[in-house]
Each structure stands twice: as C-alpha cells, then as structure tokens.
Ligand binder design. Structure first.
Ligand code: AQP
Length: 335
C-alpha cells in the first residue's frame, strides 16, 4: 500500500484548479492507499497572511476536503503547524539542500518577482519545508499539479543526498502522481497563466464558494478566441495556438469525466456560447453540492476543529519516531 502525502495552503479563494488538480484526486486515492492530507498553514505565511483570516481559511480548506468526499476515518486530515516534526525536519533539510538547487526553483522566481530582495527567506526555502512535509511520514507518492513537479524533484534530491551523505537508505525516493487530466487548469482570463488564488481578478477563476449565478457569469465572460470550438482537425488549431479554447474543453472534460475527443465530437465547429452553456450546467451540477456541504460544515466549527485535532494526533504518532531516528543518525543527544 502506498503512503500518500499532499497539502493545500489556507490562503483563501480555493478554486477549480485546486479542486480538479488536487482535491478530486485526493478523494480517488483514499480507498486504495494510506493518505495524509495537510492544510499547510506554515507554507501560507511565507507571504503575508492576516491572522484573522488564516483560521477561517484553514477551516475552509478542511471543509472543502470533507465536502469533496475525503473521509477523516480513512485519510489523515490536519493542519501543519500542529505537528512540530515538519518544522524540525525542515530545518535539517535547510542544511541538506544546496543554494544552487533553490536558485533554480521557478515558483520562487515567479512569486518573488521584482521584489526578490524583499521576499521572505521562508518563501525561498519553501521547497525544503515541502520536502519535510512529505518525508516526515516517509511518504512514497505525492499527487500534485504540474506546477509542483519541480519541488518534488527537489524532495527527491534532498532524500538522495541525505541517504548518500549518511550512507543509509533512510528516506524513500518519492514518486509524483501527476494525474493526466486537469493537472494544469488555466485562468479564465488568460489561457497562458494558471488559475490561481492570488490572481487579482476574481473573474480569472471559479471559486469553490461561488454560487450558480457567479459560475454562470464567469463562464460567460471567460475569454475565448474568434474561432468556433476546436473540432480535432488541423483547422481547429492546437493547445498552444488556442490556449483559452482548450482550457474550457479541459475543464469540461475533467468536470464531466469525459475524454476531450468525445467533447470535440459533440461541440466541435459550434460557437463557444453552446459549449459555455453546457459547461455552466455541468459546473453548477458538480460544484453546487460541494459548496452547499462546505457551507453546512463551516457552520459547525467544533466538528471541523475536531477533525483537525484528531488528524494531528495520528500524524504526530507517525512523524515522531521518524524524527527520532533522524536525530539519531545526525548524532543529536536526546532524552
Ligand atoms: N491551476 C491549477 N491547476 C491544477 N492544479 C492546481 N493547483 C493549484 N493551482 C492549480 C494544485 O492545488 C494544490 C494546492 O495548491 P496550493 O494552494 O497549496 O498552492 P498553489 O499551487 O500555490 O495554489 P495557487 O492557487 O496557485 O495559489 P497562489 O496563487 O497563492 O500561487 C497543489 O497540488 C497544486 O498543484
């Protein structure tokens, strides 16, 4: 049985990309594997977070997990800051990873942008903490969107270097589980940018708490080009030349669990308004019940917090002996 780890940041605006690229896959993995799903609050503070919001956002991600079908009896669900082994092992990995490795991380370059000198050190070493999240449990597989692939490579490099440096096969070399479909949902305003929580335009994404009206308005306003829906022929263009068109096809495909060629057979050559109407219908049908259940759960703070607390207790039981073994390997004197 594989041990799976993944995390989502409580940074607000949970969106369709987070759902299709991550949470939906988490659910499908839980029946066959040992799954650990973490609300990574310590990652969130690598950029400024309002303390009054972080607790709400943590409960919101947890509610999204549960409303999407994660079962807290099967999967471990907790928030990262409650399990100190993440931070402890993260520090060890700051001492294993090389500066040159971190300098290659494209997400840091994108997020730090022009204010690089002013970015937090935490944002720079974010991938080391992510490696600690995974290896604190000796997880073997990590389902992530395409955007996290490079960070996962770094986790493998850290595990390998640690094992080599100490001459011991201690950490597993994790495998990424990049699900073929929906691994990269793009912005509804710009098909070359990924759908993201931090995009200033709310019209760029479908939020999991959008109601049917908001979903319909955003899909109607979604950018397309002047050509009809691609029909699979050469004249229909390809993903690179028509990113917005293919993004809508991919969203429809992922929400409806239907292969893209079948959708092209049904909608190819028709005006985009026809595909958009069908997409609104399926998006409201699939996201509506999740939103409703999230709202119900968010009304029961004690339940959500109970899930996180019980999950953290189970998580500590796994991570603590691994941390103890790690400290022994390092030669640290312990109680
Ligand atoms: N557009 C996306 N398509 C597919 N998967 C996505 N994920 C995020 N955006 C897309 C996946 O969602 C999981 C949780 O992401 P996260 O919240 O921990 O961090 P993120 O990747 O930084 O999310 P955002 O929305 O892009 O936030 P900002 O705007 O703050 O950068 C991950 O598995 C991720 O792959």
């Amino acid at each position: 049985m594989a041990r799976i780890f993944s995390g989502v940041q409580p940074t607000g605006n949970l969106h369709l990309g987070n759902y299709l690229g991550a949470i939906k896959n988490f659910v499908s993995l839980q029946s066959q594997n040992e799954c650990i799903y973490c609300v990574v609050d310590m990652h969130a503070i690598t950029v400024w977070q309002d303390p009054s919001q972080i607790a709400n956002n943590t409960r919101e991600v947890t509610a999204a997990f549960l409303a999407s079908g994660l079962d807290p009896k099967k999967s471990l669900i907790f928030n990262q800051s409650r399990v100190p082994q993440h931070a402890e092992i993260g520090w060890i990995f700051n001492c294993v990873a090389r500066i040159g490795w971190l300098n290659r991380m494209t997400q840091f370059k994108e997020k730090a942008g022009k204010i690089r000198e002013n970015a937090s050190v935490g944002l720079y070493v974010y991938p080391n903490l992510m490696a600690a999240d995974i290896l604190a449990y000796k997880a073997t597989h990590v389902p992530v969107g395409e955007d996290q692939k490079q960070h996962l490579e770094l986790t493998r490099d850290i595990a390998q270097k640690f094992n080599n440096d100490f001459g011991i096969e201690f950490f597993p070399i994790v495998e990424s589980l990049i699900m073929k479909s929906a691994s990269r949902i793009m912005s509804l305003r710009d098909g070359r940018k990924k759908m993201s929580k931090s995009d200033l335009s709310d019209f760029s994404r479908l939020n999991l708490n959008d109601d049917a009206n908001a979903i319909a308005t955003k899909i109607k306003k979604a950018r397309t080009d002047s050509m009809p829906v691609p029909d699979g022929s050469l004249r229909g263009g390809d993903r690179d030349s028509r990113p917005e068109a293919f993004n809508l096809l991919e969203i429809y495909s992922a929400l409806n669990d239907q292969a893209i060629p079948n959708i092209q057979a049904a909608f190819g050559g028709k005006p985009f308004s026809v595909l958009k109407e069908a997409l609104i219908e399926v998006a409201v049908e699939k996201l509506g019940p999740i939103r409703k259940e999230m709202q119900r759960l968010l009304g029961d703070k004690a339940y959500i917090e109970g899930v996180l607390s019980a999950g953290a207790e189970r998580a500590r039981k796994i991570a603590l002996p691994i941390r103890d073994d790690l400290f022994k390997i390092l030669g640290f004197i312990q109680d």
